[in-house]
Design a protein. Structure first.
Length: 337
C-alpha cells in the first residue's frame, strides 16, 4: 500500500462534502441567471459589483448583521458582511451611475431554514426616475419571464388584507388585542407577547395568517405598510390620513420574493432612522451596529429620486424549479459550506 493509499483509507467516508443541490439544478439555475442579465441588458441597466464587506452594517432591529475584525492600512478595524448591497449601490447612484443592478452575495445571521440561508444571492436594482408603480411593473415582468407563466398581478393595501383575513384595522386596533391575537395565531404560551411592540405583533399576524394566502396562482403586490416599517423608503399619508411606507412586497405561492422602495433621499431623516434603530437595539439588549456614514455623505451629496428593489434570487429559483427547500437550489447551503 502506498503512503497516499494509507492516508486515504484513514479518512471516514461521508456525504457531507457533496453539494446540497443536484448538478442539473445548478445548470438550470445558471440559465436563469443568464436570463436575468439579458433582461437588464435589453433595458440598458448596468451590472455592477460592490464589496461584500463594508464599514457599516444594517441597523434594522430585526436583521442580524455579521462582522469580522480585519487588518487594514488604518490598523485593525471592524468590517461588516452586507445584509444587501443597498448602501454601496446607492453610493454609485449618487456618483451618477444611472440605472444599475447586481447579483450579490448577502449575509444575515441566524437565518437558516426552508426559505433562508445565512449566505444567499440577492438580485437588487435601482431605477432613477421610476415611480413605485413602474418598479412593480418591471419586477412582475421579470418574474413572469423567469417563471414562463403569464401570471395575473393583483395589488392590495396592507390595511385591506388585515380587514379581509382578520377583520381588524392594523392602524387602529388596540395593542393589547394585537398581542392576544399574535399569541394565539403563533401558538405561543400565555403572556409570551405581553411586552412585544405593535410592529412585532403585526409581523407575526402577517406571517401566520395572511402571507400563506398571497400569490396563489398570481403575483400579489402589497403596498402601504405601516410607516414604522419604512426602513430606507419614503413615507406618505394614505387615504385615511395615516402615515405609511412608500414601499411594496411581492409574493408568489405564499413566499415573499421582493421588497421595493420609493427611495428616501433625505440624509438627515435617514440618520435619524439609523439612530432610532440603534436606540431600539440597545433597549432590547441587542448590540449597536455601526452607522454607514459614507452612505449618508452620498445622500447629502445628492441621491437621485427613484425606486429600487431587492429580490431573493434563491427563492425565485426555488419557485421556478419547484424545489421544496432553499438548500435544493444552492450549491453548498450553510450546513455543508
Amino acid at each position: 500500500m502506498t503512503p497516499a493509499q494509507v492516508i486515504t483509507s484513514r479518512v471516514p467516508e461521508t456525504s457531507a462534502w457533496r453539494p446540497t443541490a443536484e448538478l442539473e439544478t445548478l445548470r438550470a439555475r445558471a440559465a436563469l441567471l443568464s436570463e436575468v442579465r439579458a433582461f437588464f441588458a435589453e433595458r440598458g441597466v448596468l451590472e455592477v459589483e460592490t464589496p461584500v464587506l463594508g464599514q457599516a452594517g444594517s441597523t434594522d432591529v430585526y436583521l442580524a448583521s455579521l462582522s469580522t475584525r480585519a487588518h487594514t492600512d488604518k490598523g485593525r478595524r471592524r468590517l461588516w458582511l452586507q445584509t444587501s448591497p443597498e448602501f454601496h449601490m446607492k453610493r454609485l447612484l449618487a456618483a451618477g451611475s444611472g440605472p444599475i443592478f447586481q447579483l450579490a452575495r448577502s449575509f444575515r445571521n441566524g437565518e437558516v431554514g426552508g426559505r433562508h440561508n445565512i449566505e444567499f444571492c440577492m438580485l437588487e436594482w435601482y431605477r432613477p426616475g421610476f415611480t413605485l408603480n413602474q418598479l412593480i411593473d418591471e419586477t412582475t415582468t421579470l418574474v413572469r419571464q423567469l417563471t414562463g407563466q403569464a401570471l395575473p398581478v393583483r395589488c392590495y393595501r396592507y390595511r385591506e388584507l388585515f380587514y379581509h383575513y382578520l377583520a381588524l384595522d392594523p392602524f387602529a386596533e388596540r395593542l393589547s388585542s394585537l398581542r392576544e391575537l399574535a399569541e394565539h395565531h403563533a401558538g405561543m404560551p400565555p403572556a409570551t407577547m405581553a411586552e412585544e411592540p405593535r410592529e412585532v405583533c403585526l409581523d407575526i399576524l402577517m406571517s401566520a395568517r395572511i402571507e400563506p394566502h398571497l400569490g396563489d396562482q398570481q403575483l400579489t403586490a402589497v403596498v402601504e405598510y405601516p410607516a414604522s416599517q419604512a426602513a430606507l423608503a419614503k413615507r406618505h399619508q394614505d387615504a385615511h390620513g395615516d402615515w405609511v411606507a412608500s414601499r411594496f412586497e411581492l409574493y408568489l405561492n405564499g413566499v415573499e420574493l421582493a421588497n421595493g422602495y420609493d427611495e428616501l433621499t433625505d440624509a438627515d431623516e435617514q440618520r435619524q432612522r439609523f439612530e432610532a434603530d440603534n436606540a431600539q437595539r440597545l433597549a432590547l439588549g441587542l448590540e449597536e451596529v455601526d452607522i454607514d456614514e459614507r452612505l449618508l455623505q452620498a445622500m447629502a451629496h445628492g441621491l437621485p429620486e427613484g425606486a429600487g428593489v431587492a429580490l431573493g434570487m434563491d427563492r425565485l429559483v426555488q419557485q421556478v424549479l419547484g424545489k421544496p427547500r432553499l438548500e435544493d437550489v444552492i450549491s453548498f447551503a450553510t450546513p455543508r459550506c
